[in-house]
Design a protein around this ligand. Structure first.
Ligand SMILES: [Zn+2]
Length: 89
């Protein structure tokens, strides 16, 4: 096990715990940064966020489609009403 900070190569007889450098006392995993498990969580969180955004977008598209259909229907009804109930000139 080589220390990522000071480069000390630890020996079996070193009195400090395996996760710690006997020379500079750095905790190997902490020095290297976040462990892999939390990185996986981050990826999952990003995925969930993307899914949420996609669902929100889908909902917006649906609302837009609904509004468009309503406008078309209302204008159709208005046209028909105009044709049917034209005041006799
Ligand atoms: Zn070290």
């Amino acid at each position: 096990m080589e220390c990522p900070k000071c480069g000390y190569f630890r020996k079996a007889e070193d009195p400090f715990p395996e996760y710690e450098c006997p020379l500079c006392r750095v905790v190997y995993d902490r020095y290297r940064g976040e462990p892999h498990s939390s990185m996986g969580c981050e990826i999952i969180a990003t995925k969930k966020d993307a899914q949420k955004k996609y669902r929100a977008l889908k909902r917006k598209v649906w609302l837009l489609n609904g509004a468009l259909i309503m406008i078309v229907l209302v204008s159709l009804v208005a046209v028909f009403a105009g044709v049917l109930f034209q005041p006799a000139a």
